[in-house]
Design a protein around this ligand. Structure first.
Ligand code: SF4
Ligand code: SF4
Length: 435
């Protein structure tokens, strides 16, 4: 039984475009562009110089800041440039450009950590830190920090395999093609927290993956699969926790505040690989899909691959389409240059049609945005007070609790730009120094 969550919507899935497409490994590109910041927390500083030879998996940027994640080279080759370059988030970020020598010479730091884990499961924190593993569902929060913060506090661990955004199927394919190693990573995380059970939560629309997982975990009392009704945003952390445990993460709170730790399915897979093989976060499975892609598919690519190469591998963009989004159609961000690189948390690249702009966006006070908001917010009032720049009312109405899931904008018959307005409200609060 699941507890469900309030609100949510049912956007058209589009998952059938790629759910049956096996993951295709792409050759590493001739040149990788690797930003020294692709995570929540402090950016790293380059540890290499132009002209240096680097190995695959070698740390090329790091920092002493407590909340961060080291950056590794995804190929072996020669450092050609270190300079600020366009990041998928639209800013310019220091980036290390490496010419691939095609040899994939591994760093001598790549070695299994199974003995350390056998001695002390909690050593997983250091292993995850050194492997640079970040939340793979898009948030890119350093995963070691989350595990460390949950130690002694969490009584429940959940692997998030919901993948609730339309079009995206990279986790579905991972579960189907290598679910055993997702489960192995989940068990490592469970054991590090000293818990008896790990829950794997997924949506009912992943039927093939569900059957496969059921076979894998048969007879394993320490792993339980929970299947949710398909509803967006089931994969949001707070909604997932609510659905599995019935607990509500308080406004401004963290999962650990209600005794929970949540890790994405690909993160769990990365944990397994870091322990078993010592390979850090240097690649990703990325879904390339949407109505504007000729041959949608799932691809395994190195971090730092220009998304142009993924789009080419998917047969290119159809005539008349030009809107490229990294992430899902509900929460992703449009990119303005398809030479930006795949990051550790890039799960999808979509090519979508541009929705025609509403001529006169008007609120008809239907209340539907309030009904679907999973965070119990009142989007129409957030919109109104943002227009008035009434920061006190925005704070009072908990605008910072908005996770920008887009459910309100999706349902709004008045076509109001609710999410853009909420983002602007947060920026105004930041500029005014208000928490
Ligand atoms: S859904 Fe749109 S039109 Fe309806 S109340 Fe909310 S903002 Fe207004
Ligand atoms: S107000 Fe924020 S959390 Fe609520 S539905 Fe809109 S985008 Fe989602």
């Amino acid at each position: 039984m699941t507890h469900g969550f309030r609100g949510g919507v049912h956007p058209a899935g589009g998952k059938e475009l790629t759910s049956g497409r096996a993951v295709e490994p792409l050759p590493a590109p001739a040149m990788v562009t690797i930003p020294v910041s692709m995570h929540v927390g402090a950016p790293c500083s380059p540890l290499v110089a132009v002209g240096d030879h680097v190995c695959m998996g070698q740390v090329i940027a790091d920092t002493d800041a407590p909340l961060s994640a080291p950056i590794h080279s995804s190929v072996s080759g020669t450092v050609k440039k270190i300079e600020p370059m366009l990041h998928p988030n639209g800013t310019h970020v220091m980036t290390v450009v490496i010419e691939n020598d095609g040899l994939d010479t591994p760093a001598d730091t790549i070695k299994p950590h199974t003995d350390e884990i056998a001695e002390d499961p909690a050593k997983l924190v250091d292993i995850m830190h050194d492997a640079g593993i970040v939340g793979a569902g898009g948030a890119a929060f350093p995963a070691f920090f989350k595990l460390q913060g949950a130690m002694g506090k969490a009584d429940t661990i959940i692997i998030n395999a919901s993948e609730c955004e339309p079009f995206i199927t990279c986790d579905h394919r991972l579960l189907l093609e290598d679910g055993g190693h997702v489960v192995a990573g989940a068990k490592l995380l469970r054991d590090a927290l000293g818990l008896d059970k790990v829950y794997i939560g997924t949506e009912a629309n992943k039927k093939t993956a569900i059957s496969h997982l059921r076979e894998i975990i048969a007879g394993e009392p320490g792993v339980e699969l929970i299947v949710f009704r398909t509803r967006y945003p089931q994969g949001a952390e707070k909604q997932l926790i609510r659905a599995v445990t019935g607990r509500e993460v308080p406004p401004g709170g963290l999962p650990a505040d209600v005794g929970c730790a949540v890790f994405n399915a690909y993160t769990a897979w990365g944990v397994w690989r870091a322990v078993e093989q010592g390979v850090p976060a240097i690649d990703r499975i990325v879904t390339v899909s949407g109505p504007g892609v000729n041959e949608p598919g799932n691809f395994r690519v190195r971090v730092g691959t220009p998304i142009r190469e993924l789009i080419d591998a998917a047969g290119g963009i159809k005539d008349g389409y030009f809107k490229v989004v990294m992430g899902g159609p509900m929460m992703g961000n449009a990119v303005f240059d398809i030479d930006v690189p795949v990051l550790k948390a890039t799960g999808s690249v979509l090519v979508l049609g541009e929705a025609p702009a509403a001529k006169n966006p008007t609120c008809i006070r239907c209340g539907r945005c309030v009904g679907v908001c999973p965070m119990h917010l009142s989007p129409l009032y957030l919109y109104m007070y943002e227009r008035k720049s009434d920061l006190d009312m925005l704070t009072k109405l908990n605008v910072r609790d908005c996770m920008e899931c887009g459910s309100c904008a999706y349902i709004c018959p008045g076509r109001l730009p609710l999410v853009q307005s909420i983002r602007s409200a947060k920026q105004k609060l930041n500029a005014a120094g208000k928490k």
